[in-house]
Design a protein around this ligand. Structure first.
Ligand code: BGN
Length: 365
């Protein structure tokens, strides 16, 4: 058996010195790199990634993907960093799950207790100025602009914000609420206001999904997802005022969602429906003329409540609607987004929503 040759003291000493030197060098380089701050996040995320399954976000533009066997349109997480409420970049967050985990199902919706905007604000501390919200623990699957046609309905708007902000947050949407207020006392034009909302919201953010909703309609179940699907989606399919069912198969009124592509494909909504009725049927026609179908939640999930109210002034039945409806095929390309004209009177940002007051003109004589 060979005896171990003990290292001479000087060699041992030298080796120790080299090891200590290398360690010190490594420590100081790491420290300088870290304190320079440039890549602090990368270092932090490097550590976190070993515990999470963060996606790699390589595409600049979000793309719409349709997973097989589902009618969900899923939007890939965006590569652009999203700011959470702490103002820090959150581009290494995972995408939000397809089924939001904090949904509660059936909801109690009542309109007998008055609500104030202060209490709505207090109850929704994560909603940002202008009515914007982005989940801070995941990247939302879609960027949703909620567009509400409006005039003199402040009481209804309070209920809308009171009920819908928590629902949209539980649905993990990256969303903004836009109230499009028709200026003046002229004849109301719901569909044109919706077109205006689409245009104005896009000037603020690259929304890829649009929910168009009346201000007086609240879903009775938060599993009715207010986001976009691979076909235009009718969201309010079982209203209490119609006995929780569709009043007719083609009914497309109340609230609906369109992806940007779907909306562009139908040239938006018609601008020439002045007064009550028919514009939602025209939109239905546009969808089918362009070869799309209406997607809907089932009748139980799609239940919703409407706030009872009298018909607004200056929103009498539109006598032209029957004639217009018979000609959607002729007007789809000549009346819509491509012919939209309006003047923004003012844009106001409130804590819980953005209000855009607009002159939409008046019906031709
Ligand atoms: C329909 C209206 C819709 C309205 C529903 C529900 C028309 C067009 C003439 C056939 N359509 O009758 O706009 O949403 O009732 O109220 O009036």
């Amino acid at each position: 058996m060979a005896d171990r040759v003990p290292l001479p003291g000087s060699i041992l000493k030298k080796t120790c010195c080299i090891v200590v030197f290398v360690c010190a060098l490594h420590l100081s380089v790491t420290l300088v790199y870290y304190l320079s701050g440039q890549d602090q996040e990368r270092i932090i995320h490097f550590f976190f990634q070993s515990h999470t399954t963060s996606p790699t976000t390589t595409s600049e533009t979000p793309e719409l993907r349709t997973p097989t066997g589902s009618n969900f349109v899923m939007v890939a997480p965006q590569a652009n960093p999203v700011k959470n409420e702490l103002g820090t970049k959150a581009n290494n967050l995972p995408p939000c799950p397809e089924t939001p985990p904090r949904l509660v199902g059936p909801l109690k919706i009542e309109f007998n207790q008055p609500v104030t905007l202060e209490e709505v604000k207090d109850q929704n501390p994560n909603v940002n100025f202008g009515g914007r919200f982005t989940p801070n623990d995941c990247i939302a699957l879609q960027k949703v602009a909620v567009i509400i046609p409006f005039r003199n309905r402040d009481e209804h708007l309070k209920y809308y914000l009171y009920y819908m902000h928590p629902i949209f947050q539980r649905q993990q949407l990256d969303y903004g609420i836009y109230v499009i207020n028709q200026d003046g006392e002229g004849t109301f034009n719901r569909a044109k206001l919706l077109n205006v909302g689409y245009m104005e919201a896009l000037k603020e953010y690259d929304y890829n999904c649009f929910v168009f909703s009346d201000v007086d309609l609240i879903p009775l179940d938060d599993r009715n997802l207010y986001r976009c699907f691979n076909q235009p989606r009718h969201l309010t399919v079982a209203m209490d005022k119609f006995g929780f069912r569709l009043p007719y198969t083609q009914f497309f009124g109340g609230a609906a969602s369109f992806s940007k592509e779907q909306y562009d494909k139908i040239n938006g909504f018609p601008n020439q429906y002045w007064g009550w009725g028919g514009e939602d049927d025209d939109i239905y026609n546009r969808v089918t003329i362009r070869g799309m179908e209406i997607s809907r939640p089932d009748g139980l999930l799609g239940r919703c409540r409407m706030i009872r109210h009298d018909r607004d002034d200056k929103n009498a039945d539109n006598p032209e609607r029957f004639n217009r409806l018979a000609h959607t095929r002729q007007t789809i390309d000549s009346d819509g987004l491509n012919t939209l004209t309006y003047t923004v009177i003012r844009t106001e940002k409130f804590d819980l929503y953005t209000k855009i007051t607009v002159d939409v003109g008046s019906p031709p004589r």
